[in-house]
Design a protein around this ligand. Structure first.
Ligand code: FES
Ligand code: FES
Length: 169
């Protein structure tokens, strides 16, 4: 049964009417019109629906909306502002450095997986600013790309790390 739930998404408070067990992804897409997170498998297997919940990559397709009450949800749309807040920048850049690096490496093909790739890579670099190649591979392991762009994604994350730290990997 639908009930009134308060959730915080991209630094804004929302009140939504939804059954508590409704997947967060459905609320983001259908109620808040945030279409960065995408429905792929619906089973927490592909990563296309990922968001950050308190800075941790989370599969929104299997996350009940009620479980994120009192937490901070960040979607792709809010990622540059999330980054600016982390880095204490005076204003948000147009793109998170991971997004810019993916463009610079021309990594995107159909783009369906890239919401999750960007969210996961952003989480990784927030915790491990200079990851090794193996750390990147391990972090990105649960994100599937049927276009096979993995080598370019790896290079893009290394590029973003360099841009964010000034240190080449
Ligand atoms: S749609 Fe959520 S992990 Fe695939
Ligand atoms: S770019 Fe097509 S699924 Fe990854």
């Amino acid at each position: 049964m639908a009930t009134q739930l308060k959730i915080k998404v991209n630094e804004r408070e929302w009140t939504v009417a939804a059954a508590p067990e409704t997947p967060l992804l459905y609320v983001l897409s259908n109620e808040l019109q945030l279409h960065g997170p995408r429905f792929g498998c619906g089973l927490a297997q592909c990563g296309s629906c990922s968001v950050l919940v308190n800075g941790v990559e989370t599969r929104s397709c299997v996350t009940p909306v009620a479980s994120v009450q009192g937490k901070a949800v960040t979607t792709l749309e809010g990622l540059p502002a999330w980054y600016a807040a982390q880095k204490k920048l005076p204003q948000a850049p147009a793109l998170h450095p991971v997004q810019q690096a993916l463009i610079d490496e021309q990594a995107v093909q159909c783009g369906y997986c890239f919401n999750g790739m960007i969210i996961k890579a952003s989480e990784l670099l927030s915790k491990t600013p200079q990851p090794s190649e193996m750390q990147i591979r391990l972090a990105m392991n649960g994100h599937l790309c049927r276009c096979g762009t993995y080598p370019r994604i790896l290079k893009a994350i290394q590029r973003a790390s360099k841009a964010m730290t000034g240190v080449a990997r």
